[in-house]
Design a protein around this ligand. Structure first.
Ligand code: SME
Length: 161
């Protein structure tokens, strides 16, 4: 049977929502979202969060090959998503001069802003694929509400304490 992106997202999101029911810790939520999405979406090569820290982005929970540790707001597609507080869909990263190549195998990516319940930007969510044009409005339409639900609407504790 052909791979159905809608079905994969629906299954992944149902699973994430069930697992995270009543959970409040930010790191726990980030780690779970990465893991479950990567299990269901085979084109996810690298998936993770860059967290806002002292005026820049620093790598947070992720799955995949080694990610860049620091990304200034002025650099990368992640920095652009943070600066503009808007989702970035990039079909071919090699044609985007802002792209930072943490892993040269990446060919396309989506980066989404993550806000807390006060509307503060706390992170960006970055997914990379080795295939060109892996991400489209379908990915965006599932990921934006998922991030809003777990970081903006549901209770969020931004530390391990
Ligand atoms: N591609 C991103 C950098 C992060 S990684 O690829 C893990 C960017 O240009 O912002």
């Amino acid at each position: 049977m052909a791979f159905d992106k809608h079905q994969a997202y629906e299954q992944a999101i149902n699973e994430i929502n069930a697992i995270l029911e009543g959970e409040t810790n930010m790191i726990l939520k980030m780690a779970t979202i990465n893991c479950v999405l990567k299990q269901h979406l085979p084109y996810y090569y690298w998936v993770g969060f860059y967290c806002v820290n002292k005026g820049q982005l620093i790598v947070g929970p992720y799955q995949g090959t080694l990610g860049c540790l620091h990304i200034p707001f002025s650099k990368g597609i992640c920095g652009r998503a943070a600066r503009m507080e808007a989702t970035q869909l990039v079909e071919n990263v090699h044609e985007d001069p802002s792209h930072i190549a943490c892993d040269s195998r990446t060919n396309s990516e989506i980066v989404l802003p993550v806000w807390d319940n006060e509307g503060q930007l706390i992170a960006v969510f970055d997914v990379d694929s080795t295939t060109l044009a892996s991400f489209d409005a379908v990915d965006q339409s599932y990921l934006e509400p998922l991030l809003e639900l777990h970081f903006k609407e549901n209770e969020l504790i931004k530390s391990y304490q």
